[in-house]
Design a binder for this molecule. Sequence first.
Ligand code: ADP
Length: 292
Amino acid sequence: MGTLSGKNIVKKYGKDTVLKNVNIDIETGKIYGLIGRNGAGKTTLLSILTAQNPATEGTVTLDGQPVWENEEALSHICYSREIPQVTMFGPNTLKVKDYLGTAKIFYKNWDEEYAKELVGLFNLNPKKKVSKLSKGMLSALTIIIALASKADITILDEPVAGLDVVAREQFYKLVIDEYAQTGRTFIISTHIIEEAASLFEKVIIIDDGQIVLNENTEDLLSRAYRVSGEDVNVDKATDGYKVYHPESIGRNKVVTVLAEEPVAGFGEDVQVEPVALQNLFYAMCVDGRKEA
Ligand code: ADP
């Protein structure tokens, strides 16, 4: 399976432009983390990449073929998102087994045995109505559908939002095991960044409708630094670098630096520490970029 590519994607809702000329390539055989603040455009982007929502401008292709109304291309992609508990007709009275049954028909590589195993693992009652599921059970159902779809490209939109810490760790392990066995591509959007950071081989940060980076996580963190010290020294040491979220406390200052490549040193006048993904994300998105 080839690359899933979005080219010059623009999405407008009325006067609001919620995706601003997004270009993205999803390489095969990688686990991607998609992170961004609420309203940044994650769900919109994922729904456009999976042809569930038309782009205002731009194209999405899989292996060079447009995905829009392309059954063959879409049969390789699973986009598992939260199932509504209420529909326009009232509470969603469909049962867990109804959703699993539909997924079985829809996904050509569906693995029934695996689905059953996961239903057991997450302790989900197939006879339960979707409207009666707890948040955790609802998340479990979307995860089961995503994993058992065995789709080459599997996209999970906030899969862990309703899960407790035990179920979240179970989920990360399932993804790692499945990835190790199959090399399927995963895109996982999440708000719970740090505990999932080691899962993500690549990370995509989206801010205000734009992709601010799409990079190997280790490479990214190897060029990110927290530099602190007396403000004049910090300014001198970080001169010429891209600096995010400067914070001053008296005459001391802390900044987050994202250099073009790993830096040998910033000099002896400042303290330098590595930055965790969540903190880098925070620094980059909290008050916009400050170009050097
Ligand atoms: P995220 O998933 O990052 O939280 P979304 O993609 O859901 O962000 O939303 C991006 C922006 O698009 C938000 O400002 C949201 O209000 C707006 N938006 C999303 N869907 C619609 C819609 N159907 N109609 C109008 N605006 C929408």
